[in-house]
Ligand binder design. Structure first.
Ligand SMILES: Cc1cc2nc3c(=O)[nH]c(=O)nc-3n(C[C@H](O)[C@H](O)[C@H](O)COP(=O)(O)OP(=O)(O)OC[C@H]3O[C@@H](n4cnc5c(N)ncnc54)[C@H](O)[C@@H]3O)c2cc1C
Length: 135
C-alpha cells in the first residue's frame, strides 16, 4: 500500500484492520512515478518524498484509489456547486433551480454512506412529487 502522506484518513477500524494484516506492507510518504512492463504491469518506480530516494519495485498490478471527483461538470453552469464540486442543496434536497433535486454522494454534505444516500433519495423523491403535484 503506497500512501503519499504520513497518515490514513479512513475510519479507525479500517486502518486497524489494514495495519494488523501481515500481508500488507505500507510505504509512507511515497509516490508512484512510473509504471512499466511489457504487455502487462511488471514494475513501478517509487519516490520517497521524505528522503528523495527513488527505487524500483516488481509488481503484478496496481490499483489506483486517490480521493473523489464528483461527476458534476454537466451542471456547473446551472446549479450551485461547492468548491469541491458537490451540488449544494437545502434539507429538502432542493437545488437553486425550482423542481431540480439532488440526492446522495453528489450532494454537498458531511457523511457519504449508503444509508444517507437512501435517505436523501427518499426526501428528493417525495419533494419532487410534491413539486409536480402543486404545479
Ligand atoms: C470504496 C468505497 C467503499 C465504500 N464503503 C461503504 C460502506 O462500507 N458502507 C456504506 O454505507 N457506504 C460505503 N461507501 C459509500 C457508498 O458507496 C455511497 O455513499 C453510495 O453508493 C452513494 O450512493 P449514490 O446513489 O449517491 O451514488 P453512486 O452509488 O455513486 O451512484 C451514482 C450512479 O450514477 C451514475 N452516473 C454518474 N454520472 C452519470 C451521468 N452523467 N448520467 C447517468 N448516470 C450517471 C454512476 O455510474 C452510478 O451508477 C463506499 C464508497 C466507496 C467508494
Amino acid at each position: 500500500m503506497i500512501n503519499r502522506s504520513t497518515e490514513f484518513k479512513a475510519s479507525r477500524s479500517s486502518i486497524d484492520e489494514l495495519m494488523k494484516n501481515p500481508q500488507i506492507n505500507v510505504l509512507w510518504n511515497t509516490e508512484i512515478k512510473e509504471v512499466s512492463g511489457e504487455n502487462f504491469v511488471q514494475k513501478v518506480v517509487l519516490y520517497n518524498k521524505e528522503n528523495g530516494e527513488r527505487k524500483e519495485m516488481d509488481t503484478d498490478g496496481i490499483f489506483v484509489y486517490i480521493g473523489m471527483e464528483p461527476n458534476t461538470s454537466l451542471f456547473k453552469d446551472v446549479l450551485n456547486i461547492s468548491e469541491y464540486g458537490y451540488i449544494i442543496t437545502d434539507n429538502s434536497m432542493a437545488t437553486n433551480i425550482p423542481g431540480v433535486f439532488a440526492a446522495g454522494d453528489i450532494r454537498d454534505k458531511e457523511i457519504r454512506q449508503i444509508s444517507t444516500a437512501v435517505g436523501d433519495g427518499t426526501i428528493a423523491g417525495i419533494m419532487a412529487e410534491r413539486y409536480i403535484s402543486h404545479k
